[in-house]
Design a protein around this ligand. Structure first.
Ligand SMILES: NC(=O)c1ccc[n+]([C@@H]2O[C@H](COP(=O)([O-])OP(=O)(O)OC[C@H]3O[C@@H](n4cnc5c(N)ncnc54)[C@H](OP(=O)(O)O)[C@@H]3O)[C@@H](O)[C@H]2O)c1
Length: 236
């Protein structure tokens, strides 16, 4: 039986729970110590998932930065950085974005059926475009990643993706970093939107760790009792 990957949701939020500031520029919530921590988490996963809006707005590279982490991955028979995965309904993705151009790792685009041919035309050989159905069910994406050898997955936002992973009970850990300021702009994206979440006053999530890094704090929650699994050498 195919198992979905052990899944870690990771993001930074303001004190009032925003992921960004509704401005064209990327909001810096993190600091250097936290970026080093995130790099170490990335180095231990087979794939990193972000939503298409995050690819468009933040233009993330999604690479492992530290040379020692990259070397450790090579010694394990892995690529220097995990595979990159995104989900899109529209297929509106720029082939020149860092998601596609930075690094050598495999890129997977789960695309709604209606936009698959447009996405394949746009992206050419830069990524594998997978027909994800319409609408795309993130649970099916997770299982498909499992079939492709992804045993450990990191989800780096944005809010729509986090909401779906949490409400579908697909997340094993949540790494939430809280930055010491407010955004206060309802046009900005929150960490999650409305939904029915498995954790509520009658079912509190398990806080496994708090870690202060300068002026930000990591809250690490264990959301399932599933034992953590290590990454796979046969991942895409
Ligand atoms: N603070 C942090 O740690 C952090 C991390 C990541 C992102 N962010 C911020 O978050 C913001 C983006 O968040 P967001 O909630 O707007 O977007 P998002 O979750 O990054 O992406 C949403 C997009 O993904 C696609 N999508 C998601 N689920 C889908 C499904 N089931 N079926 C088909 N397509 C699906 C759609 O793409 P199409 O529009 O192409 O159809 C949708 O518009 C950005 O401003 C970014 O700066 C912050």
């Amino acid at each position: 039986m195919v198992e979905r990957p052990y899944t870690i949701l990771s993001c930074g939020v303001s004190l009032d729970g925003y992921l960004d500031a509704a401005t064209p520029d990327r909001l810096v919530l993190s600091n250097d110590d936290d970026l080093r921590r995130v790099d170490a988490v990335r180095a231990d996963v087979d794939a990193i998932l972000v939503g298409a809006a995050t690819v468009r707005h933040d233009n993330p590279r999604l690479l492992v930065r530290a040379a020692d982490h990259r070397e450790r991955r090579r010694r394990r028979g892995l690529g220097e950085s995990p595979a990159k995965v995104t989900i899109t309904g529209s297929g509106r993705l720029d082939p020149g974005s860092n998601f596609f151009t930075a690094g050598q790792s495999e890129k997977l685009v789960y695309c709604a059926s209606r936009s698959v041919s447009r996405a394949r035309d746009r992206l050419g050989g830069l990524a594998t475009v997978v027909d994800g159905g319409d609408p795309i069910d993130v649970g099916e994406v997770s299982l498909d990643l499992g079939r492709r050898g992804v045993r450990r997955l990191m989800v780096e936002g944005g809010g729509q993706i986090h909401t779906q992973c949490l409400t579908a009970d697909l997340a094993d850990e949540l790494h939430l970093v809280v930055a010491p300021f407010f955004v206060g702009d309802p046009r900005a994206h929150r960490f999650v939107g409305a939904g029915t979440f498995p954790w509520h006053p009658g079912n509190r999530a398990h806080l496994a760790e708090t870690r202060q890094m300068g002026d930000v704090v990591l809250l690490r929650y264990l959301l399932t009792k599933r034992p953590a699994v290590v990454g796979s050498a046969s991942a895409p």
